[in-house]
Design a protein around this ligand. Sequence first.
Ligand code: 5CA
Ligand code: ZN
Length: 409
Amino acid sequence: MHAWPASDVPALPGTGRALRLHDSATGGLAAVEPGPVARLYVCGITPYDATHLGHAATYNAFDLVQRVWLDTKRQVHYVQNVTDVDDPLLERAEATGEDWAALAERETALFREDMTALRMLPPTHYIGAVEAIPGIVPLIERLRDAGAAYELGGDTYFSIESDPHFGGVSRLDAAAMRLLSAERGGDPDRPGKKNPLDPMLWLAARPGEPSWDGGSLGAGRPGWHIECVAIALDHLGMGFDVQGGGSDLAFPHHEMGASHAQVLTGEFPYAKAYVHAGMVALHGEKMSKSKGNLVFVSALRHEGVAPAAIRLALLAHHYRSDWEWTDAVLDEAVARLERWRAAVSRPDGPPAEALVEEIRAALADDLDAPSALAAVDRWAAAQQADGGADTGAPGLVSRAVDALLGVAL
Ligand code: 5CA
Ligand code: ZN
C-alpha cells in the first residue's frame, strides 16, 4: 500500500537528546537507544470508520518518538499496518450493504488525508493485512510444525504455553487476561481449546466471508496478531526498538504478537520496548468505533478547524494519560495557536536557543509534550511582555516547533 506524503522536518542547531520511554514490559522508564537506523512498528487502523481523535492522539505520540530520533540524526525505519480484513470491518460492510474491500479502501484513503493534514510522518512501509497473507501462511505452518499451533474445527490456534515469556508484555494475571481476551476479539469460552486464552492464527473460510488460499491450512483468513507479526518480521526483524499502539493493545494484541514471534524465531525479545498511549474519551467513555462516541479528525477539518490546532490539542495531554476530549480542549488549542503564530510573525524576540533545549529535554523525558508547550508559551509571553531583540529567534522557534512537535506555524 502507499503511505502519505512526508512533511519536511527542519534541522535544528545543536544535538538532540537520548529518549526515555515508559515500557509496559518493565513498568518503568527504558532508555531507548537505537542504532543509526531506529526501528519502529506502530499498529495501524482497522478501516471501517473515519479517524477519530483517539487514533490521532496515539499516532501523535509515535510521531513524537520519530521526531526525537530524527533530531539525534538517526534514520527511522517505521512500519505501520492496515487491518483491512477483520470481523468489525466485515460486520460494518454487511450492515450497510457496502463491499468490505471498498469500505476499507475509502476509510484508509481518509486516514491518509487526516495524517497528512496533521503532519504525521508517514511510515516507510505501509502494509495491508490482505497483501501480507502470502507471507503469513508459511509462518502459521511453521508454528504448527513446531507443535506451537493446533487445529480446532478447521481453525488453527496458537498455544500460548509454547512461549516461556508469555505474559511479559502486559504483566496481567490470568483472570484479567481472560476478561480482556473476551472483550478484545478473543474466544476464551470456545470448547476444545488447550488454553482459553489461545488466540486464532487462521480462521477457516466461513460462508459469505472473504477467504484466501491457506496452503495446508485450507482456505481462510489470518488471525489479527499474526498479521502484525508477519509484517514486522518481514520489514524490521526481531529485536526492533519500539512496538507502539494504544493501551488497549497491550493485551492481547502485543502480548500475543510477542509470543508468536518469539516462538517462531527462538529469539527474545520481539521488541525492546512496548509503548502504549492512553485512551481518549468523549462524554466519559473511551472513544470507540463500536460505541459510536466519536469526534472525527475529518469532521473538524471540514468545520474549518486548523489541523495545527487539532495537533496542539493532542499535544496538551501527556501521551500516557487517559483524557477527555471537550470543546474547551479545542478552544484552548485554537487560542494557543493564535498566540504562537502572532509571536513568530514578529521580527524579533527573546533568544530562543534555551527554548529549543527545553523542548528537547521535555520530549526526551517520556514525551512530555505538555511541558514542551509550556516552554513555548513562556517564550511567547516573554516576547509579548518585553520584546527582545534577537532577530533570529522567531524563525528558530517556528523551526523547532515544526521539527519537534509537528506543528507548522
Ligand atoms: N488495527 C488494529 C491494530 S493492528 C487497531 O487496533 N485498530 S484501531 O483502528 O482500533 O485502532 C488504531 C489505533 O488507535 C490503536 O493503536 C488503538 O490502540 C488506538 N486507539 C483506538 N481508540 C483509541 C482511543 N479512544 N484513544 C486513544 N487511542 C485509541
Ligand atoms: Zn497490530
